[in-house]
Each structure stands twice: as structure tokens, then as C-alpha cells.
Design a protein around this ligand. Structure first.
Ligand code: SAM
Length: 265
């Protein structure tokens, strides 16, 4: 979804500060604000000739596409459970694949809703650094705002979220502009070409996401920036590894149907 196919509005009978907030969202996304009036979201989007609308409500900001019955808002996914598991000594397959330790610098090139970045941010701690890049503007801004403001009743998760440097950016451009060996780990979790069954939480995110695949060119850019390794998440049994032009070591994703490909720089 390109942001020019979107309008911003408020919930019905919104307080004046919601309108000011809606205007800030419209500026970020370079799209118009449309007064809500009494119209349904379906009628509002039809009248504006766009498929999507971002609704600034009292509780949260939600993206709706009435034509597809789609709605998406930020939440940190499994971050809290993964941090708890990690703290209980059960580890985390992504952190294992990255050989992650306190003080590391991680570049998450596919930030999405920031679940992986939050786990990484917890492991590297305040002496480390996690930068997250998301190309799809609506997803990016909902995640930037969510990581900075979402309240969760777990201080470790909350602090890890707040420390992430999230940006709306294309990872190809940012990688090309980075200094050599400037991050310990460069990470990719691209949209799988076939969704995992039962992963229904991914459906709205997939609809908004940028479908860029990881190519040999992407891997070459990432290897220049990585000091320790480039890590790519994929569904188990993928054919991606054969075509990347690099030696890939596989690390199992716990009991799940995913695996991590690790490439040395
Ligand atoms: C499967 S999701 C990542 C989920 C994420 N690991 C998490 O924990 O929430 C992949 C994300 O990468 C983003 N993406 C795809 N190509 C990109 C690019 N060239 N630059 C930055 N982000 C990109 C997509 O828009 C999508 O949000």
C-alpha cells in the first residue's frame, strides 16, 4: 500500500486533540486529512477514491481497508513472551543464530512490527544498539510511534522497545550508505512467498508490507556492513539459500517451521 492511496481521519465525535494528531499523521504520510462526519469508513474511502484510511482514535491509531475487511494496528506481537523465555534461560533461536551478546550493534533491515528487533534490543541491552528499517510508510510510522509509546506491563519489554531506533527507509539505500563493518549483525526477515498456515497474525501485516525478496545483491550490500554475520529468516526447506551466491549455515528455529540462514562477511 503506497501512502498516497490513503486518507487520515479521526474516530466519530473525536476530541479536538485527535484532529491535531490526525493532522500530524497526514503530514508524516503526505496524505490528506478528511473530516470524519457521520459516514462509515467504507463510504468515506469510496467518496475519497482511496482504498485505505488511517483512523486516529482515543485508544490507538488503526489502518482500515473496508473493501478487503482489513484492519491493522501496532502491537508488539510475541516480544514479551520471547523476552520472558530468554530471561528464564531458554534462549531464543534468532539470538542464537546471531550469536547475540550485550553491547552488539544490530541492523534489522525488515522491521515490520518490531517483534524481532525488540528481542534483539533486550539482548544487546543499553550498551548495544538496534536500528530498524521499514520501507512501507504506514507500517513504518505505526511501528515508530508504537515502539515509542505503546504501554506494556513488563518493564524489560517496554525498555527494549523504547531503545530501538526505528526509521522509514529502504534497506538497500541505507545499506549502500553505511560504513563498512558498522554493525555486528545485519538481519532480514522478508515476507515469505507463501505464508505459514496458522500464522493469521501476519495477514494484515502482509497486506501492508513491501514484498521485496532478499537477492544476491542485497546479501552483497549487507556483507559489507556486517562485522560478524548476516542472518536471514525463512520458512524451513526454502530454496532461497541456493541462489544467494554465498555459503549459508542453517540454524533451526526451535520447534517452529522456520530456520535462520547465517552468512559470514
Ligand atoms: C515479515 S515482515 C518483518 C517482521 C519483523 N521481523 C517483526 O518482528 O515484526 C517483513 C517486513 O520487511 C519490510 N520490507 C520489505 N522490503 C524492505 C526494504 N527494501 N526495506 C525496508 N523494509 C522492507 C516489509 O514491508 C515488512 O514489513
Amino acid at each position: 500500500m503506497m501512502s498516497e492511496e490513503v486518507i487520515v481521519t479521526t474516530s466519530r465525535k473525536a476530541a479536538p486533540e485527535r484532529l491535531a494528531e490526525a493532522e500530524r499523521w497526514a503530514e508524516r504520510l503526505h496524505v490528506p486529512v478528511v473530516p470524519r462526519t457521520d459516514l462509515s469508513l467504507a463510504k468515506l474511502t469510496t467518496a475519497a477514491g482511496v482504498p485505505g484510511v488511517l483512523v486516529v482514535g482515543g485508544e490507538r491509531v488503526t489502518y482500515h481497508e473496508p473493501g478487503r475487511g482489513l484492519n491493522y494496528f501496532f502491537h508488539p506481537g510475541m516480544a514479551r513472551r520471547r523476552i520472558r523465555n530468554y530471561e528464564s534461560g531458554h534462549g531464543d533461536p534468532m539470538a542464537t543464530a546471531m550469536r547475540l551478546q550485550a553491547g552488539d550493534k544490530v541492523l534489522d533491515c525488515t522491521l515490520g512490527r518490531g517483534t524481532d528487533a525488540t528481542l534483539a534490543s533486550h539482548v544487546v541491552g543499553p550498551s548495544g544498539r538496534v536500528m530498524g528499517l521499514e520501507k512501507a510508510p504506514i507500517l513504518a510510522w505505526l511501528t515508530i510511534e508504537g515502539l515509542a509509546t505503546y504501554e506494556i506491563d513488563d518493564h524489560l519489554t517496554c525498555e527494549a522497545m523504547r531503545r530501538i531506533e526505528a526509521r522509514c527507509a529502504d534497506h538497500h539505500e541505507l545499506l549502500a550508505a553505511q560504513a563498512r563493518r558498522s554493525f555486528d549483525v545485519v538481519y532480514f526477515d522478508p515476507i515469505f512467498d507463501q505464508p505459514l498456515e496458522r500464522s493469521s497474525g501476519m495477514i494484515p501485516l502482509r497486506a501492508l508490507a513491501c514484498p521485496d525478496a532478499v537477492t544476491p545483491e542485497t546479501v552483497a550490500l549487507a556483507r559489507r556492513v556486517a562485522r560478524r554475520c548476516v542472518v536471514i529468516k525463512q520458512r524451513r526447506g526454502t530454496e532461497l539459500w541456493e541462489g544467494l551466491g554465498a555459503e549459508v549455515t542453517l540454524v533451526a528455529g526451535g520447534k517452529s517451521r522456520i530456520e535462520y540462514g547465517v552468512i559470514e562477511p
